[in-house]
Design a protein around this ligand. Structure first.
Ligand code: 1GP
Length: 244
């Protein structure tokens, strides 16, 4: 419960920001520097993962270096990959609720749950919902994407997650999406939920971040924004939009 408590404490103070580090996008050392910068500008958590087809050794090494360089919690984010990291602070136990393939809903999870139990690794259960455009994650996860104007379907999945006892609901537009999940959808889902709402995908600017936050996102995830030059300033402005 250590990480969950940490997040709860942070949520009492306002929005929580997560920096997603994709191990396939840079060398482990560079990932370590990104983690350090993320922490320095005020990110609350780091997710490592989210890549399609990252080699196990790259993931393990990246996780190791990121953990060394950052003192904020680092969580494993297991989307679209068979590689797994057990050496972080907690494990996002994600179920892709709108997948057509049961492997992504509970199949893969059932193969690793005993290991997680034996390792005594903290798990955070997340109802993961892919919204258009979904990007590569939508393809790999064989998702029946929620249409951007179908607020009722988004609410339906989000409440399903809550009624199933999941700790978080995650509305995901996909890594590298041109736009975030629509503000109207976030607002509609947030109105019905009691568990914290995570929103990610396509959030690149302070304006995006503020819009998503004001619509009701409790936890905001950004990834791509750190993958180009000038990322420190961009991240800083996103953080100030979220924390002011
Ligand atoms: C994590 O997929 C997101 O939830 C990250 O998306 O890379 O578009 O920020 P971006």
């Amino acid at each position: 419960m250590k990480i969950k408590n940490y997040i709860n404490q942070k949520l009492k103070q306002g929005a929580v920001h997560v920096t997603l580090i994709d191990p396939s996008r840079q060398a482990p050392e560079a990932a370590g520097r990104l983690a350090e910068t993320a922490q320095e500008v005020g990110s609350d958590l780091i997710f490592v993962g989210g890549s399609t087809g990252v080699a196990q050794h790259t993931l393990t090494e990246t996780a190791h270096v990121v953990k060394q360089r950052a003192s904020i919690p680092v969580l494993f984010f297991p989307t679209g990959t068979d590689s797994i990291s057990f050496n972080l602070d907690a494990f996002l136990f994600l179920s892709l609720l709108n997948s057509r393939n049961s492997k992504f809903i509970s199949g893969t999870q059932s193969k690793i749950s005993s290991i997680l139990k034996r390792l005594d690794l903290e798990t955070l259960s997340v109802g993961y919902i892919l919204v258009e455009p979904g990007m590569k994650l939508g393809e790999i996860g064989e998702a029946d994407l929620v249409a951007r104007d179908n607020f009722w379907q988004a609410i339906g999945y989000a409440l399903t997650a809550e009624f199933m006892g999941m700790s978080y609901v995650f509305l995901e537009a996909g890594n590298g999406a041109a736009q975030p999940v629509p503000a109207g959808m976030i607002r509609a889902v947030k109105r019905e939920l009691t568990v914290p709402l995570i929103v990610g995908g396509g959030i690149r600017t302070a304006i995006d971040a503020r819009r998503v936050r004001q619509a009701g996102a409790d936890i905001v995830v950004t990834g791509t924004v750190i993958e180009a030059a000038g990322y420190r300033e961009r991240l800083r402005s996103i953080l100030s939009a979220l924390k002011d």
